[in-house]
Design a binder for this molecule. Structure first.
Ligand code: NAP
Length: 235
């Protein structure tokens, strides 16, 4: 089952992890395109008065269900973006919250877009080697974080019913400029000619909302910045 949010205004997108680097930018992007936005986290905040703030702990499945199902005062979500993380990483929390959202979304007929980790991608030079296991991209101190992302993808893949897509960011994801451009790949890390693998959180948010408006066929996708002219190889 594939349910597109549709490019027209007035659809409802819920973002769990609303105040985070990714979540806050997805909220801004979706709101700017005229979608209704439900901002879900334990302490949600937004400067946009049109954004509906809903305090929800992802560990509380009843509260998540209630938030996504809508109420007398707001419509049920058409799609939910999962963009949570803890510091330090807590794999049990991450996979548990993911399963909770997938279960509820399957019951309610809501599409799920998980913003996960780059570690779950294949290495560009060795398709058999996950980025999480590749020291070129993941030094020892980040291995646990990368492994949690892989476990989160496996949780999605093991779910029997939900309509999900797992978006792995490139190796470097940080606040920056919204160019509106990006490259889209599937399950292999995208790098540019100089070997960089990166995108701004703003452009990742563009890709998230694009994917909800026009779902692709793949369940595991990635995106990266469009290479600058000076990073292209000489012709
Ligand atoms: N290169 C990469 O692979 C890469 C880089 C960066 C991020 N990411 C991924 O992108 C996703 C989003 O990351 P981020 O950087 O945006 O994270 P972040 O800035 O740390 O924000 C995390 C969000 O999760 C929410 N949260 C934490 N525990 C929660 C709970 N129990 N219930 C409800 N909400 C909870 C927090 O809100 P409250 O505290 O208000 O609840 C916050 O809004 C994560 O999956 C992360 O791993 C990947």
């Amino acid at each position: 089952m594939e349910t597109a949010v549709g490019p027209s205004a007035g659809r409802t997108i819920a973002v769990l992890g609303a105040g985070g680097m990714v979540g806050s930018r997805v909220i801004a992007e979706a709101g700017a395109r005229g979608h209704e936005v439900l901002a879900l986290s334990r302490k949600p905040a937004s400067e946009d008065p049109k954004v509906r703030l809903i305090a929800v702990d992802a560990n509380d499945s009843g509260a998540v269900r209630e938030a996504l199902a809508g109420s007398a005062s707001y419509a049920a979500a058409d799609a939910v973006v999962l963009a949570v993380r803890t510091n330090p990483v807590d794999q049990e929390f991450l996979t548990g919250a993911t399963r909770t959202v997938l279960d509820i979304a399957a019951q309610l007929g809501i599409r799920v877009l998980v913003v996960g980790g780059a570690g779950a991608l294949r290495s560009p030079c060795d398709q058999e080697l996950l980025v999480a296991d590749n020291p070129e991209y993941v030094p020892a101190e980040f291995k646990t974080v990368a492994a949690a992302g892989v476990a989160q993808l496996r949780t999605c893949q093991a779910h029997p019913d939900a309509d999900w897509v797992y978006l792995s960011p490139p190796a470097l994801l940080e606040p920056g400029e919204r160019t509106g451009d990006y490259r889209r790949g599937t399950d292999t890390l995208l790098t540019d000619a100089a070997g960089h693998s990166r995108i701004s959180a703003e452009d990742l948010a563009v890709a998230v909302v694009d994917e909800l408006e026009n779902p692709g066929r793949e369940r595991h996708i990635t995106v990266a910045a469009v290479a600058h002219e000076d990073e292209r190889p000489p012709v």
